[in-house]
Design a protein around this ligand. Sequence first.
Ligand code: SF4
Ligand code: SF4
Length: 111
Amino acid sequence: MPSNAHSLIGLNPDACTSCMICVRECPVWCIDLASHTHEVTEEGARRPKVVHVLDEFTIDFGACMYCGICVDVCPFDALAWSNETDQSAHSASGLVHGIDQLVKWFPASGS
Ligand code: SF4
Ligand code: SF4
């Protein structure tokens, strides 16, 4: 496989800030994301900071066009092309993958 091939997409949930940019930019709306917020008070800060915590992140590879827009627009490099290509499933719902699977597809190099 060429290193720049568009195959499956991996997610690094630790890098994802739930900013929703990929969700909004995906032309076929096949990314779903759920998050909640909580306040963090840092030492010396004048007021607490609100941070988003990622709860769910799914990509429906049955609808995905492999255009790469989500990978390109993520400001935190939380999405990357995987070296994996096998995505067969017995039903359409089997092509919807969440954090548990997407994290396994995130390449070690994060490229
Ligand atoms: S590759 Fe394109 S179609 Fe697939 S999830 Fe990303 S933005 Fe959406
Ligand atoms: S663009 Fe990146 S940081 Fe923002 S929600 Fe998508 S994966 Fe997470």
